[in-house]
Design a protein. Sequence first.
Length: 455
Amino acid sequence: MIFDYDNDGRPDVYLPHLGCGMLFHNLGGRFEDVTAKSGLGDCRNAVTAVPIDFDGDGKLDLYVVRYWKAIDYFHLLARGPRVWTENFSWSRNGGDNTLYRNRGDGTFEDVTASRGGSDTGWSWDAGAADFAGDGTQRIYVANDFGPDQIFDATEGKLAHIDTGTVLGLVDRRAGMGVSFGDLTHDGRPHIYVSNESTRYFSPQHGNFLWHFTGSEHADDEAYSRGVHNCGEWSWGALFADFDLDGKEDLYVAAGMITGNVESDFPMFDFIRRTGMTIPGIFADLPDWPSLKGRSLAGGVSDCVFWNRGDRFRDVSGFTGITKAWDGRAVAAIDFDNNGSLDLIVTTRTGQAHLLRNTVVPGQHWVAFALRGTRSNRDGAGARVEVRQAGQPPQFRWATAGKSGFLANSDPRIHFGLPVVQPLDVFVRWPSGKVDSHHGMDPGKIHTLVEGKDSE
């Protein structure tokens, strides 16, 4: 996780992983391991983290997400303890997510007990943005084996929201990743939550696409927009305007395990032998059936969904995404700085892939680097709006690059432009200040400084 925790203009690195977390301070030409004094070196098996200024003091705090329990998985006894989920639909025996407050002196303190954010679901990912367009930052937590969670960053705390009321359902899916996109140009992001879905066990399940219609209610538009399914097991997902037409498209990584010896291991058999036997047996890994050489929801390629307005069209084959490589994380980066977004995709056990976007960008794009002054230096939590004459407005939500399952993308805010003409830009910063910039040129990377004109 890359974020500027000390507001010095140099991105620092928090490294969550199985075991103990680590924090590296960017000194300019090198990094210094400051884990011991930072307060972020807990050994509770973090998987990712979300930078968010939850208390509005201009410093980025850290919401640390945990999938595994707080036990030493490198030195397990032959028979236990029980290290896996207690059930498939309402499991609460995972790791406990943690809210760390940035003290501003290079150290962080665990304020979960007093400020909120605790969640003992099997959390894979989380993302922060203003979901309802009311200026309030919220965190969406994607949980495997049970309900996702939502927290409001309000009055210096993370207030838990009843997801059953807001989402209108009892979520028993398998959340993997959280991504934000602008599909209706109304200032409220669509929230794509990748899930597991199988024809035997949960045919009614699939990926979510939430859109808040107010502060207290969200609708799932995944089916109506054609993005509810990408194979049987989706992971990282990313919204980006790949063809620069002013509409964000969607890339989804998919595939659980693609074997190389035997045929597919049906999910029905897997569920029957584990979770549908005596209660809790699924928690004991030695009782699992062998998966050696077999596939489990594998043999599928990632998905590329082309935004056609009201619906998406799966154009994976047309774009050349056809290999079954068990995709995991997806990150966007304009590595050649030509204005079109490229991708980095990681896989389960194979090499990472750099996917170059072959669209010729011309001047049909614009990008912004944010620099907070009253707000955090990264501008995480800001909303950027672009307007062009005769075109619908476009919005993006600054996240310091946090972009879904195990991914950090280029933190610059990128827009595709349907027409080549000057644009007006409005930035609502986390401090509440709104800056306006008029007549900006397309086809450039601009720096937007809080309280100042563009550079």
